[in-house]
Design a protein around this ligand. Structure first.
Ligand SMILES: CC(=O)SCCNC(=O)CCNC(=O)[C@H](O)C(C)(C)COP(=O)(O)OP(=O)(O)OC[C@H]1O[C@@H](n2cnc3c(N)ncnc32)[C@H](O)[C@@H]1OP(=O)(O)O
Ligand SMILES: CC(C)C(=O)C(=O)O
Length: 537
């Protein structure tokens, strides 16, 4: 294998490192939905999970390997520590895939060796080739990562990489695990590897990086200039701590500035050949899907996929754009699949048009789910003149992607105003079918509603994020509410959409509480948590 493929390989790790974002855990079905979207987007490799880490992750990788890892689909990869059990589990989960890869890793920085692994450099030089060879006994395609490469001694790194390649690694991935390096340093690290690892031509150089200093994408672009040919990234840049390098930013930088990057790949500068296999028109949809399913909102000013990325607010800019878009736009909104004319369905539309539009948006629903979503769509269409794609996403998320319904909102009523103390009354149906009502006073109507709900569902929690977003413009806009709450060391999210913002707030809170409550029950099926139903029936 040459380390000079004619395109940059896009390795998506949304389902593995992306899922390491606090509170972003996904069900197997949600992972499959995202994997389908990634395949449509055209990623070369999907890192589908860490099979040894849990039965759920094993099942997700196996299902993705079976359904998405077809002859024409992307390569499916599973992560494994440098241990036989991890590697065996990855191999087993990946078996159904037509093209598979085992990705094994072991840290090489002195900090990690001394404090975490408690191993010597000598031991690492012995374990790495052994484990790469073990992975190779199951699959042809093996990736090895020296974790925390960004803070490792380069001379030691060269030795480890040489051994990994000699043992059969076809890709060597260089992680800046803690997002510590700067672009100049990271580029020099990749150049050093190219110049000093004797067998480097037998492997692809890949990069993986975190955004702790906001430098991940810049580091990767510098790595490309110095010989990296695989980029490990996630949709919307989600991932551990500050996240990973964002796929959409990397791909669009390579797309918009291809004439700048072409010579680094040995092409004539003027070549218009794409630098990646990504179908850029799928970017926006995929970003929305991942945001909706993980509950990780995209900040409005986020590059490429933020709500403001193509919006022009100030007069001088608007004037320029009206005269010629090129004055203030370096790329076309349509190139990422952002269609300004989003009004597609109305209250007279039928199920077939509804199903087909949802499919285009990345949602493939069972007949029952489709039916529920369709009824909800008709209900919203009666209240709201124009139904846009954003409304449709909100409806589907609200109806279909909800947490198991343990507690259900039966009634919410608020009284507030500039001369009233905000007071809320709620009635909830409990998991065992009782209807409980309670009331509370708060600092505002939402606070009062949350206090009243807390009086019924007596699970201690701390609200750490509350965000309201108007799905579309206009007085009749649907409002979507996303919240995050913490219970002990875990974070749970909830989402709801409604034309009434108080109802959306109440439902989002209950959806997060249902996740929390379900997880407590799952973790301790024999232990009854201290969830005491206190209110009057
Ligand atoms: C940089 C990254 O993002 S790596 C991926 C991180 N992702 C995750 O950790 C998510 C999934 N993780 C898990 O579910 C769990 O951590 C498991 C199942 C993998 C392991 O669980 P446990 O056996 O309970 O171990 P625990 O998580 O407490 O500690 C990790 C152990 O793995 C060891 N370890 C860490 N990395 C490696 C490695 N690459 N190869 C071999 N061993 C490793 C640690 O030294 C520690 O060993 P010790 O128990 O002998 O001290
Ligand atoms: C497993 C490796 C590649 C990783 O996630 C990291 O170092 O951040």
């Amino acid at each position: 294998m040459s380390n000079q493929p004619d395109r940059i390989i896009i390795f998506d790790t949304t389902l593995r490192d992306g899922e390491q974002s606090p509170g972003a855990s996904l069900t197997v079905e949600e992972k499959l939905t995202i994997a389908r979207a990634l395949a449509r987007l055209g990623v070369d490799i999907i890192e589908a999970g860490f099979p040894y880490s849990s039965p759920g992750d094993f099942e997700a990788v196996q299902k993705i390997a079976t359904t998405i890892g077809t002859q024409t689909g992307p390569r499916i990869c599973g992560l494994a520590r440098a241990t036989r059990n991890d590697i065996k589990a990855a191999a087993e989960a990946l078996k159904p895939a037509f093209k598979s890869r085992i990705h094994t890793f072991l840290a090489t920085s002195d900090i990690h060796l001394q404090h975490k692994l408690k191993k010597t450099r000598q031991e690492v030089l012995q374990i790495v080739p052994e484990m790469v060879a073990y992975a190779k006994s199951f699959v042809e395609d093996v990736e090895f990562s020296p974790e925390d490469a960004g803070r490792s001694d380069p001379e030691f790194l060269y030795q480890v990489l040489e051994k990994a390649i000699a043992a059969g690694a076809t890709t060597v991935n260089i992680p800046d695990t803690v997002g510590y390096t700067t672009p100049g340093e990271f580029g020099a690290l990749i150049k050093g590897i190219k110049d000093n690892v004797p067998n480097i031509d037998q492997a692809i150089i890949s990069v993986h990086g975190h955004d702790d200093l906001g430098l991940a994408v810049a580091n990767f672009l510098e790595a490309v200039k110095n010989g990296a040919r695989q980029l490990e990234c996630t949709i919307n840049g989600i991932g551990e701590r500050a996240g990973n390098a964002a796929l959409e930013e990397l791909v669009m930088a390579l797309h918009v500035r291809r004439q700048y990057f072409n010579p680094f790949l040995g092409r004539p500068a003027e070549s218009t050949e794409p630098l990646t296999n990504i179908n850029t028109k799928e970017i926006y949809k995929t970003s929305r899907l991942v945001s909706n399913l993980t509950g990780m909102m995209v900040q409005p000013n986020k590059a490429i996929v933020g709500a403001n990325a193509f919006a022009h607010e100030s007069g001088i800019h608007q004037d320029g754009v009206l005269k010629n878009k090129l004055t203030y736009e370096i790329m076309d909104a349509e190139s990422i699949g952002l269609n300004n004319n989003l009004i597609v369905l109305g209250k007279l539309s039928g199920r077939n048009a509804f199903r087909s539009r949802l499919k285009e948006l990345g949602f493939e629903l069972s007949d029952t789910d489709l039916n529920n979503a369709f009824l909800r769509f008709k209900d919203v269409a009666d209240k709201k003149k124009d139904i846009t794609d954003w409304d449709l996403e909100a409806i589907v998320n609200d109806e279909i992607q909800k947490a198991p319904e343990l507690f259900r909102l039966e009634l919410v009523q608020v009284s507030c105003g500039d001369h009233a103390r905000p007071t809320a009354t709620v009635t909830l149906r409990t998991p065992d079918g009782q209807e409980l009502t309670d009331a509370a006073i708060g600092t505002g109507p939402v606070d009062a509603v949350y206090k009243a709900i807390n009086r019924v569902v007596n699970v201690p929690n701390e609200l750490i994020e509350f965000s309201v977003n108007a799905v579309t413009a206009g007085i009749d806009a649907m409002g979507e509410v996303t919240i995050r709450l913490r219970h002990e060391d875990r974070i749970y999210w909830g989402y709801a959409a409604n034309t009434d913002i108080i109802v959306a707030s109440a439902c989002a809170y209950i959806s997060a509480l249902n996740r929390l409550y379900g997880s407590i029950q799952e973790r301790a099926s024999t232990y009854l948590p201290e969830v005491v139903l206190t209110s009057q029936g």
